[in-house]
Design a protein around this ligand. Sequence first.
Ligand code: GRF
Length: 200
Amino acid sequence: MTLPIAVCVSGRGSNLGAIIDACANGRLNAHVVLVASSRANVAALDRARRAGVPSAEFAVTRATRAAAQAAMARAIREAGARLVVLAGYDRILADAFWDELGDVPVINIHPSLLPAFGGLNGIRVHEAVIAAGARESGATVHRAHRGTLDEGEIVVQRRVPVMPGEDAEALAARVLAEEHRAIVEAIALFGAHPAALARP
Ligand code: GRF
């Protein structure tokens, strides 16, 4: 079976691009049934349109966060997704989202070796890694659950050495390349092991 997935985004969409490419070239036995964005006019929505993938905005500026995210969860269910991928989605998910989504599993990608450096965003993650003098960083894909941030069972982790003297931008770029591999691997695991789709 080809795994139907929904991808939630907010900005650049490079992880979304990696997923779309992997589906198109057969590395991933999955297809994106919906790209849901928390923001209008972002590169991720352009990427979805270019690939002919259905997309929609659930912008929290036009509604309360709970209402927008409940509508997003409804659209995800109606699209038939069996896995939700948070790929750079920049909002905490309200209870209304989880209530509406039911038992569709959700995974998130984070640019560090969780549990280290959770709860930070974007370049701040890499700045903190360098400031701490860590020798390695990486990418983590984990299950996401109601009321938690950057927590949940780890699905895939890929490690990246921190090079002596490198800055946060350089580290971010090398971690991002591993994110693109990790997110595809994680989705493939869910597709290959339907039991992983059940609630833990
Ligand atoms: C990635 O670094 C991801 O780990 C984090 O947000 C960023 C999204 O990048 N959650 P992109 O939109 O996929 O390019």
